[in-house]
Design a protein around this ligand. Structure first.
Ligand code: PLP
Length: 421
């Protein structure tokens, strides 16, 4: 018998896993960790994107709440161009006046007092977790480290933040997970109370679970959380990575609830697409991050902070949070008017321009049909359509998107009906 060389065996096994390779195409040079739509987008302006064949798409997903000012916003582009000519990067070992300016703008619009800059949402949450632990262990001299989070939450993909995330699918195959996290069902008062113990440091939540299906936290439950934090001396961390930067109709979603978090985290929409994140905390937490305790090579560089400053200045000038509230109300009204008669549509919900349409089954085919009809949107969980237009979206663009959604869902219902008959 002939033995197969190990390389041939490995190639065979790889073909089994990779349909492109099996079809005789050259294998991708990338890890297959993203399930990618068959679209290559090469140009963007405002609410519109163009693919490599010249087709134009109306963008109702904004890079998942990143391009909040639309694609290539003029003022941010100009500021970045100036900064490209002047200085790209210096270390955080030096004074960075632009970082100070970006921090002042961020804290001005929140009840928080100090900022730490990083490059992503996961890093911002990682910083929040580290700050909470260090505050208790170094400042208060208490052995507290545990963070309580909620089922269906999403907090990122680093080992600590995926452990904090309340969804099993992001944890599969990554054991062992770091210790010090507990996850309880959202809106379950008894479970939350039972989870609090002598080692609890903080409760961390999203005001609207976005990846988890567009579920807003109920105000009574949030009120109860703030009371529990007070009673047990816990820190309240709000993950505003997707809900922040004006999207929900206020600068930060927790401002709808009239609460005072100790820490908030932001990223996605903070710099119009330039990679950046920030963790903001109250003044009494400042000393917990003493010199040398935490850091990031790229966090808050001149390029990143100029993009943040320009984004924030434009948001102020054009009162974009207010605009998001107004246009979000219009979007919801239009969706109710056009879609509520469709039997596949179960519920329309959300806050500002973070909108979910709960459907009677998986929405994957609708997303593809939307793309064929030149409208880009995504899902939030299997059965929920997620709409995230930029904050400058016009009435006409909303009308057009809602019409397309109606046509796509109608056609899907008809095809399903025929399939059953
Ligand atoms: C996207 C997201 C994160 C993770 O942000 P990354 O920049 O991908 O690391 C964390 N929390 C929430 C709520 C998010 O939506």
């Amino acid at each position: 018998m002939t033995l197969t060389p190990p390389e041939a065996k490995a190639a065979e096994a790889a073909q089994d896993l990779n349909p492109a390779a099996a079809a005789g195409e050259a294998p991708s040079a990338l890890f297959p960790n993203y399930s990618r739509y068959p679209l290559a987008l090469v140009k963007g302006h405002g609410s519109w994107l163009w693919d490599d064949k010249g087709n134009r798409y109306l963008d109702f997903m904004s890079g998942i709440a990143v391009t909040n000012l639309g694609h290539a916003p003029e003022k941010v582009k100009e500021k970045l161009k100036q900064q490209l000519d002047q200085l790209w990067h210096v270390s955080n070992l030096y004074q960075l006046p632009l970082q100070e300016q970006a921090a002042k703008l961020l804290t001005k619009h929140s009840v928080l007092d100090a900022a730490f800059f990083c490059n992503s949402g996961a890093e911002a949450n990682e910083a929040a977790i580290k700050l909470a632990r260090r505050y208790f262990q170094k400042i208060k001299g208490e052995e507290r480290f545990e963070i309580i989070t909620f089922h269906q939450s999403f907090h990122g993909r680093t080992l600590a933040t995926l452990t904090a995330t309340g969804q099993d699918k992001v944890k599969e195959g990554f054991l062992p997970l770091p210790a010090g996290f507990k996850t309880v069902p959202l809106h379950d008062e008894a479970a939350l109370k039972a989870a609090i113990g002598p080692n609890t440091a903080a409760i961390m939540l999203e005001m609207v679970q976005a990846e988890g299906g567009i579920h807003a936290a109920k105000p009574e439950f949030v009120q109860m959380i703030t009371e529990l934090c007070k009673e047990h001396g816990l820190l309240l961390i709000i993950d505003e990575v997707q809900t922040g930067m004006g999207r929900t109709g206020k600068w930060f979603a927790h401002q709808h609830y009239g609460i005072q978090p100790d820490i908030i985290t932001v990223a996605k929409g903070i710099a119009s697409g330039f990679p950046a994140g920030a963790m903001l905390g109250k003044a009494y937490l400042r000393e917990a991050f003493s010199a040398g305790s935490h850091g990031s090579t790229f966090g808050g560089t001149p390029l990143a902070t100029s993009a943040i400053i320009a984004t924030l200045e434009v948001m102020e000038e054009d009162q974009l949070p207010e605009r998001a509230a107004k246009m979000g109300a219009y979007l919801k009204e239009k969706l109710e008017e056009k879609l509520s008669g469709l039997s596949f549509v179960k519920e329309i919900r959300g806050m500002g321009l973070l909108v979910g349409i709960e459907c009677g089954g998986p929405v994957g085919e609708l997303i593809l049909a939307g793309q064929q009809n030149k409208l880009l949107f995504i899902n939030a969980g299997p059965n929920v359509i997620r709409l995230l237009p930029n904050l400058y979206v016009s009435h006409e663009e909303i009308d057009q998107a809602v019409d397309t959604l109606y046509n796509v869902i109608r056609a899907y219902e008809e095809a399903q009906g025929k399939g059953e008959a």
